[in-house]
Design a protein around this ligand. Sequence first.
Ligand SMILES: *Cc1c(COP(=O)(O)O)cnc(C)c1O
Length: 301
Amino acid sequence: MYIENQPVNLPILIEKQITLTIRREDLIHPVISGNKYRKLKYNLLAAKAQGCKTLLTFGGAYSNHIAATAYAAKLNGFDSIGIIRGEELSTRWEANFTLKLAYEHGMRFKFISREAYRNKSSETFKEQLQIEFGTHYLIPEGGTNALAVKGCEEILTSKNKGYDVICCSVGTGGTLAGIINASEPSQRVLGFSSLKGDFLTEDIRNFVSKENWKLQPDYHFGGYAKVSEALVHFINDFKQQTKIPLDPIYTGKMMFGILDLVQKDEFKPNTKILAIHTGGLQGIIGMNNRLKKKNLPQIEI
Ligand SMILES: *Cc1c(COP(=O)(O)O)cnc(C)c1O
């Protein structure tokens, strides 16, 4: 069942007279969910058109993009290679839910050091990959390139013109760029950053020409893939109240941020907000394994 837009009713929204609707992109597919499906769509078509048989991409141990690429590659008859950050994983990747899932869908890995990973865009490294893996279609980390942005422009349809504010979580910013391009000039687009640092604004500007958007830098909870007990409780409470699951790396932080801004009267009464649920739910199991080891509360499944 694919529910497109789902209204959310919470006491705080009624009190502040705010309408909040969630676009359930997470229901596209359990693994190739949300924005990762959108980002891969035109890249897979391009790879096919170029006659490439192998997809090669990059990611960390919990990457939704790695999981989605592996699954989509298999579904579309490609081989897939994941260049994974962290050499230490080479001996224990099977204990990692995301990597195991990707492996089971045919992805093969090359584990590299964090330092080598930082230089992954260099020409020397690309040449090395060419020698090691032969001809391949390269998809950047997080899947963001011009074709990915084009795919994300399809998240908003004509049905979504009536919203005043559109909210989306941000990693590399490719998804937000697509939403900005597809937005109406009268709409405001708010990106909730899951990472520390403000290098993202420039990255996003490379893909958009509009000015009706802003990044919210205050809801990263310490940085990429960092979570707090408060965030875990928020995700569990939100699910209990709305039946909508959120992931701990992206959508949980965005929704926490939206409701915090509502609480602080950042939105005028009668504002209609559309929040994009970009998916990422496969990451919950991996995060719960980490929380369990630290004796912290886990996300309810
Ligand atoms: C990857 C991801 C994002 C971030 O997308 P970018 O285009 O890199 O900004 C947001 N939400 C979820 C669930 C993701 O998996």
